[in-house]
Design a binder for this molecule. Structure first.
Ligand SMILES: CC(C)(COP(=O)(O)OP(=O)(O)OC[C@H]1O[C@@H](n2cnc3c(N)ncnc32)[C@H](O)[C@@H]1OP(=O)(O)O)[C@@H](O)C(=O)NCCC(=O)NCCS
Length: 119
């Protein structure tokens, strides 16, 4: 993670609570001049299903448009990740492609879903 945070092509984001505990983390990597990839979105397990993920990702999209100079954001997720799919769909991401059963997760082959949103 320390090495990852030294990358110059990413911007990293987190929400902290009042005691500076980490609530969630994500980063945006620059893929092309105006296209970014939203990566490593994670909400602390104790804070899931309370709207944190959606509010956090919405803030990141605002940052991406206003300060990051992005016009399009991509992301990859798994077809079985219902929470992630619901979160991104609610924010306006649309499925661009699905690579079926291409990644093994916990011994089972899963679909890889590529989503994108224009800002
Ligand atoms: C995916 C994740 C970031 C969502 O964050 P969250 O704070 O729990 O999500 P929210 O409470 O903001 O909910 C967003 C939407 O997802 C839905 N949702 C959340 N958890 C869900 C679940 N387990 N199953 C189905 N839907 C779910 C909510 O109902 C909401 O839908 P709505 O907008 O239609 O009401 C979080 O579950 C997480 O950290 N998962 C582990 C890491 C991960 O998979 N990251 C994504 C990698 S691509």
């Amino acid at each position: 993670m320390q090495l990852h945070l030294q990358r110059t092509d990413i911007n990293s984001f987190a929400y902290l609570d009042k005691r500076k505990n980490l609530l969630c983390y994500a980063d945006i990597a620059r893929k092309e001049k105006k296209t970014g990839v939203l990566c490593r979105v994670i909400v602390h397990p104790e804070h899931r299903r309370r709207g944190v993920g959606k509010a956090f990702c919405r803030d990141l999209l605002v940052w991406a448009k206003q300060y990051g100079n992005y016009s399009r954001i991509h992301l990859n997720t798994f077809g079985h990740n219902k929470a992630a799919l619901a979160c991104y769909t609610a924010l306006g991401f649309k499925t661009v492609s699905v690579e079926t059963k291409c990644r093994r997760v916990n011994g089972e082959l899963q679909d890889l879903v590529v989503m994108a949103a224009n800002l």
